[in-house]
Design a protein around this ligand. Structure first.
Ligand code: ASP
Ligand code: MG
Length: 404
């Protein structure tokens, strides 16, 4: 007998038929003799719809009430799933986040879990019930309902698996697992059987739509392995866990981010403090800067370019124009015809030559590299947006298809 935590995302419970299917899956696992805690997200696009209701009242809804509102989405799923489980002949007990003992700080809409007191869950499991918990929510020490940031049901599941010392944590979704590239864009993309937390985090930061990053960070910190798999198709899915360097692939995935914009500041005085001024101003406005390049200085002037998410582009431009004027920059150019392609792999840490191979691969397709950034397990290149698809395909061919 094992203790299993399963999480079903919004697309797995988007209508009643799917909720019934999930109930049958849950019961099947239970009847194999396991104890089961099930975490659910809100049905389909419920959370987006609730946000839009609030925005019809005010463009900037108070966060405490927003959390109260958003928490209802997951509770609907809990109630319906419990009803379905009982209809099929098993006993279920449904918990909103606060009954499940999920204690958070009081940063509404992005609260952090401080502690989990799962006593009530354990009592119900002992009674041989299936416990169903609302994802994405907790309760603050001031006793108000909080939510854990978009996609936060992943975090609920992983944190509960940790607190309950579950034997297995399964994240069910509408894809078969984690792929070496987006299967909608690269037809030979393959399912990755095992991947490290670090690689998954880099994938999320380079534009791949995967899990909530906070949830993966939590899993990494507390060494909680989990499996990502499909609700609708049988398969092994992808196991996410700690991986020894020598077991890791040199490149495990290739990704593209087309939501980036490049801002260039020309002829800024090349003296200490200038970059600090620009990037402090951006930081204070809450803008995340990604790739940064400063060219070699000529006659004591330098050019600085950096990328931001396209949603922050206008705000970043305004700020840079203001600072640019103060520091006497010559001109500022904003360019959104760019994209960022990345290769990721934990094994690249002890394989020299990966960067050279990536750049040559792009060169063979006549693609010019405008900016480069690296981490220990990732290399990203900023290129023209029109070259993105071919770059993605070629990099996947070179690093994934031809290596296996
Ligand atoms: N329902 C929440 C959201 O849409 C949480 C989740 O799905 O994990 O962000
Ligand atoms: Mg979700």
């Amino acid at each position: 007998m094992a203790l299993i935590v399963q999480k079903y995302g919004g697309s797995s419970v988007s209508d009643i038929e799917k909720i019934k299917l999930v109930a049958r899956k849950v019961i099947e696992t239970k009847r194999k003799g396991h104890k089961l805690v099930v975490v659910v997200s809100a049905m389909g696009k419920t959370t987006d719809n609730l946000i839009s209701l609030a925005k019809q009242i005010t463009s900037n809804p108070p966060e405490k009430e927003l959390d109260l509102l958003l928490s209802t989405g997951e509770i609907v799923s809990v109630a319906l799933l419990c009803m379905a489980i009982e209809k099929y002949g098993e006993q279920a007990e449904g918990f909103p986040g606060y009954f499940a003992g999920i204690k958070t700080d009081s940063f509404h809409t992005k609260a952090r879990i401080q502690k989990i007191e799962p006593t009530k869950i354990i009592i119900e499991l002992e009674k041989d019930k299936i416990v169903v918990v609302a994802g994405f929510q907790g309760i603050s020490y001031e006793n108000s309902i909080t939510t854990l940031g978009r996609g936060g049901s992943d975090l609920t599941a992983i944190a509960l698996a940790g607190a309950l010392k579950a034997d297995i944590c399964e994240i069910y979704t509408d894809v078969e697992g984690i792929f070496s590239a987006d299967p909608n864009r690269v037809k030979n993309a393959k399912l990755i059987p095992v991947i490290s937390y670090e690689e998954l985090l880099e994938m999320a930061s380079t534009g791949a739509k995967v899990m909530q990053s906070r949830a993966v960070e939590f899993a990494k910190k507390y060494k909680i392995p989990f499996i990502v798999k499909s609700t609708f198709k049988d398969g092994e899915g992808t196991m996410v866990k700690e991986i020894e360097l020598k077991e890791g692939a040199v490149v495990s995935s290739v990704s593209i981010d087309e939501n980036q914009a490049k801002i260039s500041i020309f002829r800024v005085p090349d003296r200490p403090g200038i970059a600090g001024k620009i990037f402090t101003a951006l930081g204070e406005a809450g803008i995340n800067v990604d790739v940064i390049v400063q060219n070699v200085s000529r006659d004591n002037y330098a050019d600085i370019s950096f990328t931001v998410n396209i949603n922050d582009m206008e705000k970043a431009k305004d700020i840079v124009e203001k600072v640019g004027e103060e520091i006497g920059a010559e001109r500022i150019i904003v360019d959104h015809d760019i994209c960022k392609v990345s290769i990721i792999g934990i094994g690249m840490m002890n394989h020299p030559g990966v960067a050279g191979k990536m750049f040559s691969c792009l060169a063979k397709s006549g693609i010019n590299i405008e900016m480069i950034s690296t981490s220990e397990i990732k290399i990203s290149c900023v290129i023209r947006k029109k070259d993105g698809q071919i770059a993605l395909t070629q990099l996947h061919k070179e690093f994934i298809e031809e290596m296996s």
